[in-house]
Design a protein around this ligand. Structure first.
Ligand SMILES: Cc1cc2nc3c(=O)[nH]c(=O)nc-3n(C[C@H](O)[C@H](O)[C@H](O)COP(=O)(O)O)c2cc1C
Ligand code: SF4
Length: 440
């Protein structure tokens, strides 16, 4: 495989990379040159076919092929919408906000290409409310586009009768707004309650009109696929799910941050890019905190959709969190249980109540009040939750609980028998890196 050159983050460190002037200075294929070429020379269906051919899989969590999703849109003459998911609330994930803050025009150019493909005349970018800098940057970039005739009644002044508006919607900072149907409810001005599927949003979405929902990074890939071709994209990483990928690396690594690699780069190589681990690795969460944990013997697993899945976890949103051997796994799980329970929207009893039970059980284990049978009960409660809810938020806690207990059972049992943690961490507190006996 040829040496990988960053694609998505290539201009992140260029001064004022968010300004239209700077975006144009890069020259083709940037500066809206690709969007011009696509609208002038490609039929919308051909664009969808090219994206399908590229095997671009969704970067928001589920890894669904983007082109296939686009082709689910019904041909019923109704208006269609594109909703770009910039909620990014999964702990350990911090890539989409960077794309928006540092390369908003690249995202807008990709939105134009995607909207041409699906023949949508209105795109919404739903962004988490706390991302004020990002929302302002994006709005400023959109304003520049309207002022220059890039967006509006005649996109890029090409005379193609193609109108496109892009609207930023800010959420109120709830994790559930990132779930695609929760996002739709919130965008419609309601409480962010997820909806039962089917119907899927591509058939019945925003205000019941056909809507394509894609993650920011998924959409950002579109312009690059159209600029360089589907074959180029498929040559980056494994064919079943190729492309450049932003990995958010945090936890016990020397240089936490955002690293762009080709899909299929191993977990070890990505951790090495982040300066290597602090101490000895105990566990690796490959794709955001809701994903099953992996163990050090799996460190040579290629980080791509299918390989991580075969190893028992998911690539998810590529929020990679590294735990070293000074981490109390029960404490780490309590932290997650608090988060997911708090974020439950409350519609489904197994989620509303069940996540509460998981939090209470983990809390009493962590604080030395665990009883015989509590660890098994964690698994039993998970069994009563899994697959019984409207959306996957509940499973987002079930997956870590089941995998942490399976892989670190002795630590849970130790909490029951010794009423304290194996790593001598104060209950409810994480050990500061300065207090750790670093062993590697
Ligand atoms: C509880 C929950 C939270 C989610 N949060 C996000 C999010 O913040 N951003 C995101 O892109 N997808 C998130 N997703 C996935 C979306 O529902 C959806 O699959 C995704 O936006 C589709 O885009 P993609 O196909 O480009 O990945 C979440 C899913 C669940 C169940
Ligand atoms: S699973 Fe939880 S977050 Fe999802 S709809 Fe049900 S109660 Fe709400």
């Amino acid at each position: 495989m040829a040496k990988f050159e960053p694609v998505l983050s290539k201009y992140f460190n260029t001064p004022e990379s968010w300004l239209l002037r700077q975006y144009r200075m890069r020259g083709a294929p940037y500066g809206y040159e690709t969007a011009k070429k696509v609208i002038s020379t490609m039929e919308p269906k051909a664009v969808t076919e090219e994206v399908k051919k590229s095997n671009l899989r969704g970067r928001g969590g589920a890894g669904f092929p983007a082109g296939v999703k686009w082709s689910f849109l019904p041909d019923n003459g109704k208006p269609r919408y594109l909703a770009v998911n910039a909620d990014e609330s999964e702990p350990g994930t911090f890539k989409d906000r960077e794309i928006i803050a540092k390369d908003p025009h690249n995202l807008i150019e990709s939105i134009i290409c995607a909207c041409w493909a699906i023949q949508s005349h209105h795109a919404y970018v739903f962004i988490r409310g706390e991302f004020t800098r990002e929302a302002k940057r994006l709005q400023a970039a959109i304003d520049e586009c309207y002022a220059e005739g890039i967006l509006g009644d005649d996109v890029l002044k090409l005379g193609k009768n193609f109108k496109l508006d892009v609207t930023v919607i800010t959420g109120a900072g709830a994790y559930i707004c990132g779930e695609e149907t929760g996002l739709l409810s919130a965008a419609e001005g309601k409480r962010a309650y997820p909806k039962i599927k089917p119907p899927f949003p591509a058939v019945e979405g925003y205000f019941r009109y056909p809507t394509i929902i894609n993650n920011v990074e998924t959409i950002q890939c579109v312009m690059h696929i159209l600029a360089h071709g589907a074959d180029w994209f498929r040559n980056i990483g494994p064919e079943s799910g190729p492309g450049p990928k932003l990995f958010c690396v945090s936890g016990h690594v020397q240089k936490p941050g955002l690293y762009e690699v080709a899909l299929g780069t191993t977990l070890r190589e990505i951790i090495d890019m982040a300066g290597g681990p602090i101490g000895t690795i105990k566990g690796i969460i490959p794709g955001g905190s809701s994903m099953p944990i992996m163990t050090p013997d799996q460190i040579d697993t290629p980080a791509d959709f299918d390989s991580i899945r075969a190893a028992g976890s998911y690539l998810g949103s590529a929020g990679m969190i590294v735990f070293n051997d000074q981490t109390c796994i029960v404490n780490a799980l309590l932290n997650l249980a608090r988060f997911y329970h708090h974020e439950s929207c409350g519609q489904c009893t197994p989620c509303r109540e069940g996540l509460g039970w998981l939090e209470k059980l983990t809390h009493r284990l962590e604080f030395g009040h665990g009883k015989e049978g509590d660890v098994d009960m964690l698994n039993e409660v998970c069994g009563m939750i899994k697959g019984r809810t409207i959306c996957f938020l509940a499973d987002s806690l079930v997956m870590p609980v089941v995998s942490y207990v399976e892989k670190f059972r002795e630590e849970f049992d130790y909490h029951v028998t010794h009423k304290r943690c194996m790593t001598d961490t104060e209950p409810g507190k994480f050990k500061a890196i300065s207090e750790m006996a670093v062993t590697a």
